[in-house]
Ligand binder design. Structure first.
Ligand SMILES: Nc1ncnc2c1ncn2[C@@H]1O[C@H](COP(=O)(O)OP(=O)(O)OP(=O)(O)O)[C@@H](O)[C@H]1O
Length: 712
């Protein structure tokens, strides 16, 4: 044995030290930090832009003051003359006598008094003139100046603009547009006229009117208990009170730090912000894009860029024809096309030329509106469901460093060995497959191809995003019968271009959005590409807003082709060109059994999905409006008729008659009101509505066709 010392051998595992937590530490000193936060320090002492605007306002004030003074003196002169006339003609005495019908008795008395007051006037004038004359002789011409100045100041004080002073407000005040930027009182009046604040209430100026882009921005605080949400809701009334078109008025609630429920940021454009020529997409200037970065989508009225996050969410685009739906969906696609690590499925049921160029980059591509295309889509969806399930299975087996949550990460999506690229499915005119009545038989169950597509899409939209699947659906018919409510509920982002009425707008944007001030049926037909975006996640402009009006970038066919060619070149360089784009369509991997099992687990076992498709009106509208409220366990028990009539914009008696025709009759029920008092109100039990839906569905299924295609 040797005498060499033997070092102990340690058996251990190498672990990476977790990163030390980083806590927020203010970079500025205490004083600077207090200065910036304190509500007592005026904003113009905190911000350069506000200070510059304050200086400009001060200069404007000084320049305008001689004219204001002159105006006040003239008004004072008129007010003084009016007062003197009333006094000299003994108007009050005369009116009192007239009212008591004793004018004839008092006539001599009034006349004497009038004469006396004329004499007093004459005497005062003579005495004043004499005093001024004597003073002039004794003290020199300066006296005349002093007298003139004192009189002018006195008249200006008398004639100053005061709230409620009679006779000081012009009946027609001339154009109101932009006067509020100089005189905040005009803004207060506009809020009062629009009934957003009471007669005795006023606004508090938080940030003075500042020039911002092609318009003016101002931030105000509403009186306590008034809500910014109500101002957003009644934007139209406020626009009318300010004499601007409502597309020119942007109203936002200020949120987070420095914001509260009563703080309103307003921006008024000088002219229609959407009348300028459309802008080209900035993607044309970039060689490639990262699908994980929000895709440049458009600009809001203030010309701030709006980017749309796509990964981990899905998008529904709805509008009447020719408003720019396809263009909007293509913008979303363009960002993904420029990332060679994304896989694209494009189904164009418009069957036009709009999507043609995508064929050179897409893994799967089809264009057509026949039943065979719908059945091909069913195949794609089944394949995608199998792929999503496979990804979840594989993610479970990955270590925590590669896959920290059951969610795909940017690194995972780019790792060719894992084979989990961001995969996007674009379906234009999705109403075509959803309305397809071809009877199909899946695993022994009879249903229409449209219903099957609806259920498969719902499952994909629900489970797909976390596994890196992006679903983009565009529809020309955003009505409740076409897009099942179960599917709509799981589509994260919504973009509504112009639609026919508020109901269609709500179907795209979500229930009650019109009552919150977002109604895309009010957009102008001439504003192509302008729509209301309800994003899922943060968009660049107006972060934290519920929805915003956006004008999409204009990407005509030639630009679209350029981007698709660029996308193809990138894929060729990275070796990621697959499927249809290579000229060899890969055979579909179909497992209907697994798909049916999945959608069975995903939708039907969650309880009935309350879909309006196939139901007669007004039951379909009721089901759309109530959505999950119809749920037996989590939903409501009773819905007042008044609420339904208002929400559906129907006449209550006719509505009750139609519902009775469907065997669903109203009942009187005791309901506690907002004040806590219990009242008897007429309405419908949700159990009755559910029963009516089930009855109608059963009747429909009984009459379904029988020449089914067996897909299993
Ligand atoms: N951002 C935009 N700026 C200006 N014009 C636009 C914009 N987006 C679309 N358009 C115009 O609107 C027209 C219609 O667009 P698009 O084909 O996308 O409509 P659509 O809603 O898909 O129509 P359809 O329902 O018939 O398929 C386009 O030809 C284009 O000229």
């Amino acid at each position: 044995m040797s005498d060499l010392p033997v070092r102990s051998v340690l058996d251990a595992e190498l672990v990476e030290e977790p990163p030390a937590p980083v806590y927020y530490r203010p970079k500025l000193g205490r004083l600077a930090s207090w200065w910036l936060r304190s509500p007592r320090v005026p904003v113009w002492l905190k911000e350069r832009a506000q200070a510059a605007q304050a200086a400009k306002d001060a200069v404007a004030y000084v320049v305008r003051s001689p004219f204001r003074f002159l105006g006040a003196v003239v008004r004072g002169l008129i007010a003084g003359a009016r007062w003197w006339r009333r006094w000299v003609t003994v108007r009050d005495f005369r009116e009192a006598a007239e009212q008591s019908e004793k004018l004839a008795d008092k006539f001599a008395e009034i006349r004497a008094l009038t004469l006396f007051r004329w004499k007093v006037t004459g005497l005062v004038l003579v005495v004043s003139a004499l005093v001024v004359l004597v003073a002039r002789v004794v003290y020199g011409p300066g006296v005349l100046w002093i007298v003139a100045t004192v009189s002018a100041v006195a008249l200006a004080v008398l004639g100053r603009r005061k709230e409620g002073s009679p006779g000081r407000k012009a009946v027609l005040a001339g154009p109101r547009t932009l006067t509020w930027t100089m005189d905040p009182q005009v803004l207060v009046d506009a809020f009062r006229d629009a009934k957003l604040i009471g007669k005795d209430e006023t606004l508090r100026l938080v940030e003075r009117a500042t020039r911002m882009g092609e318009g003016w921005a101002i931030t105000v605080d509403l009186p306590a208990t008034r809500k910014a949400a109500d101002v957003i809701k009644n934007r139209e009334a406020l626009a009318s009170a300010l004499a601007v078109d409502e597309v020119q008025l942007i109203v936002d609630r200020v949120r987070r730090n420095g914001g509260h429920a009563g703080r309103v940021a307003m921006w008024v454009a000088d002219q229609d912000p959407y009348s300028a020529p459309p802008l080209r997409t900035p993607l044309l200037d970039v060689p490639r894009w990262d699908a994980w970065r929000p895709v440049p989508f458009g600009r809001d009225a203030r010309d701030r860029r709006v980017d749309l996050p796509l990964v981990w969410t899905s998008l529904l685009v709805g509008a009447i024809p020719r408003q720019g739906k396809t263009f909007a969906a293509r913008l979303a696609a363009a960002g993904l096309i420029l990332d060679p690590h994304t896989r694209l499925y494009v189904a164009d049921f418009k069957a036009g030329k709009d999507w043609e160029a995508a064929g050179q980059v897409a893994h799967r591509f089809m264009s057509g509106d026949e039943s065979e295309h719908v059945l091909a889509l069913v195949g794609w969806l089944v394949e995608l469901i199998g792929e999503v399930q496979g990804r979840y299975r594989r993610m479970r087996e990955l270590d925590d460093v590669t896959c920290p949550e059951s969610k795909i990460t940017p690194a995972m999506s780019r790792d060719a060995r894992l084979n989990m690229p961001v995969t996007a499915l674009f379906i234009d005119e999705v109403q075509v497959p959803l309305e397809d009545r071809t009877p199909v038989k899946v695993e022994g169950k009879k249903l229409t191809a449209g219903e099957y597509v609806g259920e498969l899409l719902t499952w994909l939209a629900k489970k797909g995003p976390a596994a890196g699947f992006v679903l983009v659906l565009a529809t020309q018919r955003p009505d409740s019968k076409t897009i099942p409510s179960g599917l709509r509920a799981v589509l994260g982002s919504r973009f509504a271009l112009r639609v026919m009425d508020w109901r269609d707008s709500n179907i795209v944007l979500g229930e009650q959005m019109n009552t919150r001030g977002y109604d895309s049926s009010r957009l102008l037909a001439s504003h192509k590409g302008v729509g209301i975006l309800r994003p899922d996640g943060e968009v660049q402009a107006g972060a934290d807003v519920l929805a915003l009006t956006v004008r999409t970038y204009y990407m005509p066919n030639e630009d679209w082709r350029v981007l698709c060619e660029r996308g193809r070149a990138l894929r060729e360089a990275e070796g990621t060109l697959t499927g249809h784009a290579t000229g060899r369509d890969v055979a579909l991997v179909l497992d209907h059994t697994a798909a049916v099992k999945a959608i069975g687990a995903g939708t039907t076992s969650d309880g009935p999905v309350w879909r309006p498709d196939g139901l007669p009106e007004p039951l379909a509208a009721v089901v759309t409006y109530l959505g999950d409220e119809l749920d037996e366990e989590d939903g409501r028990d009773f819905i007042p008729t008044a609420e339904l009539a208002e929400a559906l914009d129907v006449e209550p008696t006719a509505f009750a008659r139609q519902m009775a025709g469907l065997d669903c009759r109203p009942t009187r029920n005791r309901v506690p009101g907002e004040d806590g008092e219990v009242r008897r109100i007429r309405g419908y039990f949700t159990a009755d509505i559910r029963a009516a839906v089930k009855r109608t569905r059963r009747a429909e299924i009984g009459s379904a066709g029988s020449s089914d295609r067996d897909l299993s």
